[in-house]
Design a protein around this ligand. Structure first.
Ligand code: SF4
Ligand code: FE
Length: 490
């Protein structure tokens, strides 16, 4: 099958019987639901851009399995050049959507599962790598989006999976049959799960032998029996349900998506299993997936940052503050922070190396430094954007007020709003509203899920990166360097 475009992708979702719940009700047509559709439009962009000649080199690649042209989101990285192009593609999509476009979790899972299954097979003589290559070929041929699902609900954080009072706090194998396994549990905060054709499941932490029922990796269609999803609500989300809403949405077209994905005794056939009780490889899979996704943030968040910096500059123009030296300096500071994140994304890619299976992996230390910076800099960029925008971005009346004919005294409500909220006259009041609502959306509204809180917790919370930085930082080597130059002999 040829590469899908955005419209074909959206139509392909309609054919799936994905069980979605929101506000305590089943959603029969999630594709056209006003709260969900912006996140689908965002994924559709990953399909549309693959057809534009200008972006072909970033958005597509030659499959290492079939030799055919595929969407880069389904690619196994073959070089450090591929790793860099991945980051550039993500920056581009952040710039086009100002949101989380969701398709990266699958790409990062493909690359981590590919290399880990190879090493499991080498040790145990299993057939997981063969299973996975067959599976990924199917994904590439159909140009599917896959939710790479790692994070379990985790229950009591002080206890391991097998110690939890409720054994379902981590997804687990509940039955082994001749033809496959049955799994139960859930994956939380799943990016793009409802918009994905398939789910690729991985364990969420390193495990001991006692936890082996939890060391499981497999893939299933998103509409398989026993699988359902509960939509995660976002700040200001019900604005999307208001009739005729436009300006108040800030970003009308695009948005992100997270959901709780529940496995209520789901059967997984043998040929779709990529790990089954090999507990000693759970940590490797987690580390690799997390490493790739921490690299990803040096692309996607930078692209969204580009848009936010641009929006702050437009707001300054409309306020008549664009010549103020402190505003210019704040824009420089935002750019400096944003490009620092990009440097990290590019650096961990350029320093990548081949795995035993042959695909390329990022430099793990640098990828973790990248994500650690992402837990901080978007917050500072946001602070500066709010500083430049001014308080009006959160105190402005609704667009219905701006359009109201209701007469109060000598003017209508609409006339009053338009009189008192004009800026320096270079921009219409409507355009001023638009840019401020857009900044509100990125800093506090539904896109803030992706730009701020997801920058903090997505691909692992800050402490997860600090653990990896401690492991990879090689303090012993640094001590030796110091001792040698200081002339210390022990
Ligand atoms: Fe992709 Fe970024 Fe969203 Fe992760 S947070 S899925 S890297 S856009
Ligand atoms: Fe994410």
């Amino acid at each position: 099958m040829a590469l899908m475009n955005g419209a074909q992708y959206i139509e392909s979702l309609r054919k799936l019987d994905i069980k979605v719940y929101m506000f305590g009700e089943k959603i029969e047509n999630f594709v056209d639901h006003p709260m969900i559709r912006p996140s689908i439009n965002c994924v559709a962009m990953t399909y549309d851009l693959a057809h534009e000649a200008e972006y072909e080199d970033l958005m597509t690649a030659k499959s290492s399995i079939t030799g055919k042209k595929i969407n880069r989101f389904a690619h196994l990285h073959q070089s450090t050049d591929d790793l860099r192009k991945k980051v550039k593609m993500q920056r581009l999509l952040g710039q086009k959507t100002a949101s989380c476009f969701q398709r990266c979790v699958g790409m990062d899972a493909f690359n981590a599962v590919f290399s880990t299954t190879f090493e499991i097979d080498q040790k145990y003589g299993t057939k997981y790598h063969e299973n996975f290559i067959k599976y990924l070929t199917f994904i590439q041929e159909n140009d599917f989006i896959v939710d790479g699902a790692m994070t379990d609900p985790k229950g009591d954080r002080a206890l391991s999976p097998s110690q939890q009072p409720d054994p379902d706090m981590f997804l687990r194998i509940v039955e082994k049959r001749a033809d496959g396994i049955v799994v139960r549990g859930a994956k939380a905060h799943q990016t793009g799960s409802i918009n994905s054709h398939e789910h690729l499941i991985m364990p969420t932490i390193a495990m001991t032998e006692a936890d082996k029922a939890y060391a499981v990796s497999f893939a299933i269609p998103s509409d398989v029996d026993g699988l359902y999803m509960i939509y995660g609500r976002q700040s200001c989300d019900t604005r999307k349900m208001e009739e005729g809403a436009d300006i108040d949405l800030g970003n009308k077209q695009f948005g992100g998506q997270e959901a709780l994905v529940v496995f209520d005794d789901v059967f997984i056939p043998n040929d779709r299993i990529f790990m089954c009780e090999e507990w000693d490889f759970a940590g490797m899979l987690v580390e690799r997936f997390a490493g790739y996704h921490r690299q990803s943030y040096g692309g996607c968040k930078v692209g969204v940052g580009d848009v936010l910096i641009g929006a702050a500059a437009v707001a300054a123009d409309f306020n008549g503050a664009d010549k103020a030296s402190h505003v210019k300096d704040k824009l420089i500071e935002m750019t400096h922070l944003n490009e620092t994140l990009y440097c990290c994304g590019i650096a961990c890619s350029a320093e990548g190396s081949p795995t035993a299976a042959g695909n390329y992996q990022i430099d793990l230390l640098l990828a973790n430094v990248c994500k650690q910076n992402v837990t901080r800099f978007p917050y500072e960029i946001t602070r500066l954007a709010e500083d430049i925008a001014g308080g009006l971005m959160v105190t402005m009346p609704s667009e219905k007020d701006f359009n109201s004919d209701l007469k109060v005294g000598s003017m209508t409500i609409g006339e009053t709003c338009n009189k008192y909220f004009k800026g320096n006259g270079k921009a219409s009041v409507e355009n001023r509203m638009r840019i401020l609502r857009f900044i509100e959306n990125m800093c506090l509204g539904s896109s803030a899920v992706g730009y701020r809180t997801e920058s903090m917790h997505g691909a692992g919370s800050p402490q997860a990166q600090r653990i990896m930085i401690a492991r990879q930082g090689n303090i012993a080597h640094k001590k030796e360097l110091a001792k040698k130059i200081a002339g210390i002999k022990e």
